[in-house]
Design a protein around this ligand. Structure first.
Ligand SMILES: *[C@@H]1O[C@H](CO)[C@@H](O)[C@H](O)[C@H]1NC(C)=O
Ligand SMILES: *[C@@H]1O[C@H](CO)[C@@H](O)[C@H](O)[C@H]1NC(C)=O
Ligand SMILES: *[C@@H]1O[C@H](CO)[C@@H](O)[C@H](O)[C@H]1NC(C)=O
Ligand SMILES: *[C@@H]1O[C@H](CO)[C@@H](O)[C@H](O)[C@H]1NC(C)=O
Ligand SMILES: *[C@@H]1O[C@H](CO)[C@@H](O)[C@H](O)[C@H]1NC(C)=O
Length: 475
């Protein structure tokens, strides 16, 4: 078994903005030849007078010359690649139902660049509504005579999405039911909300379940010790040494301590839990409670240092320096992913992973207000709490949260995934909208290929999904 983890070039504010890690069997025979292709889509999908367009990238793998159905692995806040058209559960599903694989990129990510830069003005087309219509246009295109001489014209369309792409897939079926036959949404949230303290609550619960009280109390101790140490110059020096920060923390800059927590410490724990394979959390807890290192803070620092992006570089805690990098409007900026994701949550999604819950171990290090500093400092003062709250209400008006799951949407949730809190539950489970709950499973684990090493529960769920898809497509 191999695990391909694509690390971000830079720390992330959210954890959705990387391609889902792919786990595939090493001996699988790849069929077809993955191709990179492009389609022109409208820049402003809502204008009847402005027909400007831009090229949207997609990967395509024709698995069999006789295929007529289509499985789309929907792109999210990341760069697409050949990975998911050559392996993974969507690929297995395509093989079983006689479909070819498609992997369309989301506008602004990867090489799909609708504008010259990512200045605030240029980001106005970065909306979920536009992204949904891009997918609608894409499906119209691959089902037309213009694509492969109409090979897929009468075929069925199955969307598979992980995370926010699962959410988009569900919403696409809701808005354009004639374009989509079946959706498989893995770990797709359907609720957008401003403050999301439940995220770190689940991180804490999972660490306690997998590593015991010793693990959570050690991390809690370490966090509180870091905070206490900021009170003196010696303490700040110690933090700097332990966490390899580029400069010593500034006692007059609360946003710098926030940066240490948001971008390094809670980031590392969130990434651990969200993407955990079985055994990962227990292994981390073993290091976090290693009795040969008496200081809880040092144990945590050692582990965090190893697990942050670019561990060989010093860690930048100066908030204003990170702001400068993330204001860079070039598509080539290494901070582009973080900038774009920040824009999405500042304007549409919220999902701010604060420390506002009492049932978590990261003290009060990530308050809501600091996140609005990010919205203002990366973009403009017009991108603020009021605008976010308005847009969240608008999204719920359009899609209804959990109140309406369109038929033939299959949802899969893992109870150890912090995002499951915002997705469908057993209450939404009906014969035409099945909801599978995987106990103790992390984010999007069921998107991995069918594998001999799958737990019995995992295998059962994957095979049930295949059966559901076949039944809904009447195959
Ligand atoms: C199953 O797990 C074993 C032990 O970790 C590993 O050696 C083997 O390659 C795995 N098999 C597959 C098909 O992934
Ligand atoms: C936009 O419309 C004009 C005619 O008004 C046409 O000449 C042009 O080809 C169209 N562009 C695209 C990208 O469809
Ligand atoms: C392609 O599909 C046809 C018809 O379903 C099947 O007979 C054939 O074995 C498939 N070829 C490959 C290489 O899977
Ligand atoms: C946060 O850390 C400080 C400093 O160590 C400590 O005094 C306080 O009790 C902690 N608060 C919580 C909620 O753990
Ligand atoms: C970004 O990088 C590409 C390829 O490396 C280059 O062609 C392009 O000019 C760069 N764009 C900017 C705005 O720097």
């Amino acid at each position: 078994m191999w695990l391909l983890v694509l690390l971000l070039a830079a720390p992330a504010l959210g954890l959705l903005n990387r391609e889902p890690p792919l786990q595939a069997s090493p001996n699988r025979q790849f069929r077809g030849i993955p191709e990179e292709r492009w389609i022109d889509v409208r820049l402003d999908q809502f204008s009847t007078t402005n027909n400007a367009s831009f090229p949207l990238r997609f990967y395509y793998n024709k698995l069999n010359a006789t295929d007529k159905h289509m499985v789309l692995f929907v792109g999210g806040e990341w760069s697409v690649s050949t990975n998911w058209v050559t392996a993974g559960f969507p690929y297995d599903l395509a093989s079983i139902i006689g479909a070819s694989m498609f992997y369309p990129e989301q506008r602004y990510y990867g090489h799909t660049r609708p504008t010259a830069d990512t200045e605030v003005e240029s980001l106005r087309y970065l909306t979920t509504d536009n992204a949904l219509r891009d997918l609608a246009q894409f499906i119209g295109y691959i089902k037309s005579d213009a694509f492969e001489n109409g090979q897929y014209k009468s075929g069925k369309v199955v969307l598979v999405g992980c995370s926010s792409a699962g959410m988009k897939s569900t919403w696409l079926k809701q808005m354009y039911p004639h374009l989509v036959d079946v959706v498989v949404s893995h770990s797709g949230p359907l609720i957008v909300k401003e403050n999301f303290p439940e995220y770190l609550e689940v991180v804490t619960t999972v660490m306690r379940a997998e590593g015991g009280e010793a693990c959570t109390s050690s991390v809690k101790q370490a966090v509180n010790d870091v905070i206490a140490a900021t009170a003196t110059f010696e303490g700040r020096q110690l933090i700097s040494n332990m966490f390899n920060t580029c400069t010593i923390l500034d006692s007059n800059a609360p946003l710098d301590l926030f940066t240490l927590f948001n971008d390094a410490i809670t980031y590392a724990f969130s990434a651990l839990v969200q993407y955990a394979a079985p055994g990962d959390v227990a292994a981390a807890c073993k290091e976090l409670t290693d009795p040969s290192i008496p200081s809880a803070m040092r144990r945590m620092a050692n582990w965090v240092n190893k697990n942050r992006p670019n561990p060989s570089k010093c860690f930048e805690t100066r908030y204003m320096v990170t702001v400068d990098a993330r204001r860079d409007p070039s598509y080539n900026s290494t901070e582009k992913g973080t900038r774009l994701f920040a824009y999405k949550w500042c304007t549409e999604y919220g999902w701010i992973q604060t420390t506002d819950s009492k049932a978590q171990i990261f003290n009060n290090t990530i308050p809501l207000d600091f996140n609005y500093d990010i919205c203002k400092d990366y973009f403009t003062t017009n991108i603020n709490q009021f605008r976010l709250q308005q847009n969240i209400a608008r999204t719920h008006e359009f899609f209804g949260g959990l109140k309406h799951i369109p038929q033939h949407v299959i949802s899969v949730q893992g109870t150890a995934d912090p995002w499951h809190v915002l997705g469908p539950t057993r209450q939404q489970n009906t014969p035409t909208t099945p909801v599978y709950i995987l106990e103790g499973s992390a984010h999007c684990r069921a998107t991995d290929a069918l594998n001999i090493n799958d737990s019995e529960e995992m295998r059962k769920v994957k095979l049930q999904i295949v059966d559901n898809v076949k039944a809904f497509l009447k195959l």
